[in-house]
Design a protein around this ligand. Structure first.
Ligand code: NAD
Length: 364
């Protein structure tokens, strides 16, 4: 398995591999960029087919975190951790405290350059265990000073971003009667669907979990379709809140919507699918911009946590998206490309200022 020549390697600062035989931990932490601050990013617990897939995932996700933090205006860099779960484990299977503590010691060994949090396959309770051996953990309830679960904040940010996309595409400020096809009603999708229903949107939903579907039907008057049929729903907006890579050569031609705006990470199977969406006349809200509410909320954690302030910050995702949509329109470029460039500009500006400060200290 090559590392520097791996598909997703993009100038990462540091990649660390760790094994703890006693607890069975095999984990990788990737720090992509720390120009704006310590690398923040969740810890994924996943049963990968092979180690190369795990490496690819952590490299891709950590880079996404750098861009996400940069465009959310946060003083964090991008990092991510993956714990390679034994074959055939389900993501939500209980992990032993020994394994989580071994992971915590691994995080601690990086001296605060990487701050971990929950992600797919881990939960705030797991992070409480990790926190017993390292202070470098975010997204835990922290005795009431923080907020714990980031999902409601993520959903609120997606809701505000979706409103901006509707404004840009349809020229309207409200969601009354706007038809949204929602894929996934989990931690984020459930809250998002509630926000949308409360705003008067018409919902068509899909999930694999029949209880979530029954809830949406009964509580939100949503129409339910089979999971695979959600791509064919003629609606104003498609909101993906389940898996990644759902915008690809097979699905994009099927979409009958004007906007794609949802929480899922890595929605584009490949970068070129951003252009494919634009060619189909679909306005795409770049995933790492619209789903930054959780990390924004985390950045507000601490003793003086103020929920209203944190939510107001999440709402600014809508303004960032309007800027991206405007620039994409003027420059006639796909929104994902414009977002990447805006993030790189912010990092470059900061890195130059930082280097000048460092050199002036060295030369003083
Ligand atoms: P979750 O596991 O709670 O929910 C996912 C839901 O999608 C589940 O209800 C699941 O049954 C459903 N699902 C799975 N496959 C499906 C399919 N083929 N069709 C329809 N539904 C399907 O996850 P979550 O925390 O709600 O996160 C959703 C997405 O948002 C993920 O991609 C995650 O990486 C991303 N995200 C989450 C957060 C957060 O704060 N939780 C932050 C940023 C990004």
């Amino acid at each position: 398995m090559s590392v520097f020549a791996a598909n997703s390697f993009r100038n990462h600062e540091q990649i660390s591999f760790h094994q703890d035989r006693d607890s069975g931990l095999s984990a990788i932490i990737a720090i992509h960029n720390t120009a704006l601050g310590p690398a923040l990013g969740g810890c994924r617990y996943w049963s990968y087919d092979n180690e190369a897939d795990a490496l690819d995932d952590v490299l891709r996700l950590s880079r996404g975190m750098t861009y996400k933090a940069a465009l959310a205006g946060l003083s964090f860099g991008g990092g991510k951790a993956v714990i390679i779960a034994p074959k055939n484990t389900t993501p939500h299977e209980a992990k032993s405290p020994d394994l989580l503590k071994a992971f915590g010691r691994f995080v601690y060994s990086l001296n605060g350059r990487y701050i971990t949090a929950e992600d797919v396959g881990t939960c705030p309770a797991d992070m409480e265990v990790v926190h017993r051996v390292t202070p470098h953990v975010a997204g835990i309830s922290d005795g009431g000073a923080g907020d714990g679960d980031p999902s409601p904040a993520t959903a609120y940010g997606v809701f505000q971003g979706l409103r901006s996309a509707v404004r840009a595409k349809m020229g309207r400020d409200d969601l009354q009667g706007v038809h949204v096809a929602v894929q996934g009603l989990g931690h984020v999708g459930g809250y998002l669907a509630k926000y949308l229903a409360d705003a008067g949107a018409k919902l068509t939903v899909a999930d694999l979990d029949t209880e979530r579907l029954a809830w949406a039907k009964d509580e939100l008057a949503a129409e339910v379709v089979e999971a695979e049929a959600i791509y064919d729903v003629a609606a104003d907006v498609f909101a993906p809140n389940a898996m990644g890579a759902i915008l690809n050569d097979q699905t994009i031609p099927r979409l009958k919507v004007g906007v794609v705006a949802g929480s899922a990470n890595n929605q584009l199977a490949e970068d070129r699918h951003g252009a494919a969406l634009a060619d189909h006349g679909i306005l795409y809200a770049p995933d790492y911009v619209i789903n930054a509410g959780g990390i924004i909320n985390i950045s507000h954690e601490g003793r003086a946590y103020d929920r209203d302030e944190a939510m107001a910050h999440c709402a600014r995702i809508g303004d960032t998206l309007l800027e991206i949509f405007h620039r994409a329109g003027v420059e006639q470029r796909p929104t994902n490309e414009v977002a990447d460039q805006m993030a790189e500009e912010r990092i470059a500006t900061h890195s130059t200022a930082d280097e000048e400060r460092r050199l002036s200290t060295v030369n003083a």
